[in-house]
Design a protein around this ligand. Structure first.
Ligand SMILES: *Cc1c(COP(=O)(O)O)cnc(C)c1O
Length: 328
């Protein structure tokens, strides 16, 4: 066994009053992707293996900070929400269980394909308490009741928004951005002009924006919005980055940058009809990825790659795509 990983955030501010549990192996590898998309110098940072349990991917990065924060808030239960194929809910249930944290899930119906069906089966086997609703509105109405009925011995469930995208979860991608900066420093990849990531709840993009600025890189974040269940544009994501900077500052970090909407780009042109809708372009990219040995899905990673493919002629310099999918 190697020594537990010390997060770069805690190395930067040794006195930072934040807990961290290592749930995956970092840094995740970066490599050039040949032949997947034409006309662009494309690199991949592979978050798909990040995690030690039955599920990996970008949500595990958030849980490294969320799980210890629950203990700090003196609760043993989290209540969170998502679609019936939620990667976030599954990661939360599986990693939470390993750390004594109970997960209550409010799930909303979404378009069902094989991947979603398989996810739902995994969710049902995960030990989470599951409540299902046909629409997000019905879930919102039921949420206060769900929280109240899941109070155990006076411990009130901590509400975590969809995707784990509160300021605490977003720290996972501040950490990842610092990691990318180190990899650039070591010459493992050229400094990217752009990092492209799918945006489902915003924490990944927000964390990257803040972390890249902290690291002093001028790389821009391009968020490919794949969710229309709530507002997810540059001002919203910059707002989450700002809240994360405020959290860091309240826990002892210094010299934090001011983030604004002009610090990133977003577009929802690859969303299709709605969240979870596999577009022809995303399905085609999943097939191309499979031919190149990558296991992708059409809801997030397929759409991010479809965006890169369409934008390729306009993208100058190296592009780093964050492979956020985490099958095991
Ligand atoms: C959740 C998810 C994303 C989006 O991350 P957010 O932080 O929710 O924006 C991207 N890709 C995959 C595979 C995901 O499960």
């Amino acid at each position: 066994m190697s020594a537990p990983r010390e997060p770069l955030l805690l190395r930067r501010w040794p006195g930072l009053d934040l807990g961290h549990v290592p749930l995956g192996t970092a840094p995740t590898p970066v490599r050039r992707l040949e032949g997947l998309v034409d006309d662009v110098d494309l690199w991949m940072k592979d978050e798909s293996r990040f995690g030690d349990g039955a599920w990996a991917g970008n949500k595990v990065r958030k849980l490294e900070w969320i799980i210890p924060e629950a203990a700090r808030r003196r609760t043993n239960t989290v209540f969170t929400v998502g679609g019936i194929g939620t990667h976030w809910g599954l990661a939360c249930a599986l990693y939470g269980r390993e750390h004594g944290l109970r997960t209550v899930l409010g799930l909303v119906d979404q378009p069902v394909d094989d991947h979603v069906r398989q996810q739902l089966a995994r969710l049902e086997a995960s030990g989470a308490t599951i409540h299902r609703y046909p629409t997000a509105r019905q879930l919102r109405v039921a949420a206060p009741w769900l929280i109240a009925t899941n109070i155990r011995r006076g411990k009130v469930p901590w509400y975590l928004p969809a995707g784990g995208s509160n300021a605490v979860g977003t720290l996972g991608y501040v950490e990842t951005a610092l990691e990318i900066a180190e990899q650039v420093e070591r010459g493992e990849l050229p400094e990217p002009s752009t990092i492209v990531a799918a945006v489902g709840s915003g924490g990944t993009a927000a964390g990257l924006v803040l972390g890249l600025r902290l690291a002093g890189l001028s790389t821009r974040v391009f968020g490919v919005v794949v969710n229309d269940s709530f507002a997810l544009d540059a001002p919203v994501i910059a707002g989450l980055a700002t809240k994360t900077a405020e959290l860091l500052s309240s826990r002892g970090a210094t010299e934090l940058p001011v983030i604004g909407a002009a610090d990133l780009d977003t577009a929802d042109d690859w969303l299709g009809r709605t969240y979870g809708d596999p577009t022809p372009a995303s399905v085609a990219m999943v097939a191309k990825g499979a031919a190149a040995g990558l296991e992708l899905e059409p809801v997030y990673t397929g759409k991010a790659l479809a965006a890169i493919s369409d934008l390729a002629p306009t993208l100058d310099g190296p592009v780093l795509w964050l492979n956020t999918h985490g099958p095991r």
